[in-house]
Design a binder for this molecule. Structure first.
Ligand code: ZN
Length: 75
């Protein structure tokens, strides 16, 4: 049985999503875990990679960013 076009499209989309997730994987500067990180500034120093949890901790006292990204996490 052949996969329909829709199924192929879904597979391709899934592959794209995985590729995007992998590209976002970095070693967190703060907790040293490999996870989805974003670049952030610590004490006006050089930009570092921080995971969501550490970013939240870091910015706990600061007002939340209006355009903050919510990463769709598969795990
Ligand atoms: Zn972290």
């Amino acid at each position: 049985m052949h996969a329909s076009m829709t199924e192929l499209d879904e597979l391709q989309e899934m592959r794209e999503n995985i590729r995007r997730s992998l590209a976002a994987l970095e070693l967190c500067w703060s907790c040293q875990r490999v996870c989805e990180c974003e670049q952030d500034l610590v004490d006006d120093a050089a930009p570092v990679w921080l995971c969501c949890a550490c970013r939240e901790k870091l910015h706990a006292d600061a007002p939340p960013e209006p355009g903050a990204l919510l990463w769709p996490s598969p795990w």
